[in-house]
Design a protein around this ligand. Structure first.
Ligand code: UGA
Length: 463
């Protein structure tokens, strides 16, 4: 099979390389000159474990090609996938579809025969139908079928998510689209993966509903964490006890500083708008959006409280900046708000992240010192704050922390350290939703005041 993938960003690149690994010949179109040059020269502009090797293997095998115009990609293809960005539109939370419709417009000019257009980008419900109407008016001479094939890839484990999915969702009304997509995914269905066929609108909605449900699960456990702190309970044990119930499941019950990334914040907001516009507001998801924003903002108050009510002139080591481990992605990362506010409060920040520092530099205050490793960030600091749970931080022992830090305060926003071992080493250890040393329950008034994100931070977080 031969497919074109419009968009060589995260989704397009991972999906394109994985389709090539399933045996298809894939042409990826990347219009951005900088990114295209990088891809053409064999450089992968994002960090995703295993992706560089996968791209290089299938390029060498002649199954994966990069071009920079749609015209070069569509000749003789069985299907065209749209994997362009759909960022949150500034101001109203709706998905910005301008890249999608630009691509459709160009496709209308480039196609020479009947085609199947498949949206991989997360698009609002009804977009597939709009694309079909647009193509019918631009190219009435061609039979075009539109399908939706949402992706469920997590950054950091995207390749295994693609190769071993829980399901593949295909929303298509036409028989041709169903047949072509079934053939494309046959190597997976042969291994027992479920191919779920739905209508276009249902497939589009499944993506938003799945992400919003997972986001809701995270917000739920985060609220339980706050409750645990008040009641002297432990949220990690609570989550374990809940997750053993198969109806609930253990995943996405890790309490933390609030969800970030390019998907959950954007997709929950978009679903809220879609539902409001449709006259069926999703109160739960609206609350999840608000609860998560408040949670991210409240994290700085925890750090200030743990430091005794003020961080002015205090040196704070921040471990982990990206929105989750195994990615270099800083989009909507909780670290951005936390660090801006700590700097505003007079803290001196030394920070380290294994992969995210190149991107973080553009989003964090100029006064932040970026360090070559965790030890350098920790050395001489009054307190340490762990924001992202990279595997290498899990290896840090209480002895390592005591040897490097000047102070004895550790704020672990991901619960990766053992509280008993920390406390035994004389460290004032503040986790999330676990019994805390006194300071956190006697927060100063400022720490309890809802924090309003500074203006510049909002604009940074949507970059
Ligand atoms: C998410 C979904 O998990 C994917 O299925 C989906 O395809 C993707 O969005 C997308 O729409 O493209 P991703 O954003 O890469 O994937 O990462 P997640 O692992 O879902 O984490 C999202 C955020 O939730 C991170 O900030 C993470 O730290 C946080 N999280 C996750 C928690 O705080 N607790 C958890 O238990 C799980």
């Amino acid at each position: 099979m031969r497919i074109a993938m419009i968009g060589g960003g995260y989704v397009g690149l991972v999906s394109g390389a994985c389709f090539a690994a399933l045996g298809a010949t894939v042409v990826i179109v990347e219009a951005d000159e900088h990114r295209f040059n990088a891809l053409r020269d064999g450089r992968i502009p994002i960090y995703e474990p295993g992706l560089e090797e996968l791209v290089s293997i299938h390029r060498a095998a002649g199954r994966l090609h990069f071009v920079n115009t749609i015209d070069e990609a569509v000749d003789g293809v069985d299907a065209v996938f749209l994997a362009v960005g759909t960022p949150s539109r500034r101001g109203d939370g709706h998905a910005d579809l301008s890249y999608v419709f630009d691509a459709v417009d160009q496709l209308a000019g480039a196609l020479t025969g009947p085609a199947i257009l498949v949206t991989k980008s997360t698009v609002p419900v009804g977009t597939g139908a709009r694309i079909a109407t647009m193509m019918a008016s631009l190219r009435p001479d061609l039979a075009i079928e539109v399908a939706s094939n949402p992706e469920f890839l997590r950054e950091g484990s995207a390749i295994s998510d693609f190769m071993r999915p829980d399901r593949v969702v295909i929303g298509a009304n036409g028989a041709c689209a169903r047949a072509v997509l079934s053939a494309l995914y046959q190597p997976l269905t042969q291994q027992g993966v479920t191919l779920l066929f739905t209508g276009l609108e249902t497939a589009e909605l499944i993506k938003y509903a799945a992400n919003s449900f997972l986001a809701m699960k995270i917000s739920f456990i985060n609220e339980m964490a706050d409750l645990c702190e008040k009641l002297g309970a432990d949220v990690t044990q609570l989550a374990h006890g809940m997750g053993l119930d198969h109806r609930i499941g253990a995943q996405f019950l890790h309490a933390g500083p609030g969800f970030g990334g390019s998907c959950f914040p954007k997709d929950t907001q978009a679903l809220v708008r879609i539902a409001q516009d449709a006259g069926a507001p999703t109160r739960l998801v609206e609350t999840v959006v608000a609860v998560n924003e408040a949670r991210k903002a409240a994290m700085t108050g925890r750090v200030i409280a743990a430091c005794g009510g003020s961080v002015r002139g205090r040196r704070i080591a921040v471990l982990g900046l990206t929105f989750k481990p195994d990615t270099d992605d800083m989009r909507d990362a909780p670290a951005i708000g936390i660090i801006h506010r700590l700097v505003d409060e007079g803290a001196i920040i030394t920070a380290y992240d294994p992969m995210g520092m190149d991107h973080a530099r553009f989003q964090l205050p100029a006064r932040v010192t970026f360090c070559a490793d965790a030890q350098s960030a920790l050395r001489g600091a009054d307190a340490a704050v762990l924001i992202t749970e990279w595997a290498e931080f899990r290896a840090l022992t209480p002895a390592d922390l005591c040897a490097a830090l000047r102070g004895r305060t550790v704020i672990d926003l991901r619960n990766i350290f053992d509280p008993t071992a920390m406390q035994a080493a004389g460290i004032a250890y503040y986790g999330i939703g676990r019994p805390q040393p006194p300071a956190i329950n006697q927060r100063d008034r400022r720490a309890q005041t809802p924090y309003r994100e500074p203006r510049r931070e909002r604009s940074l977080s949507v970059l």
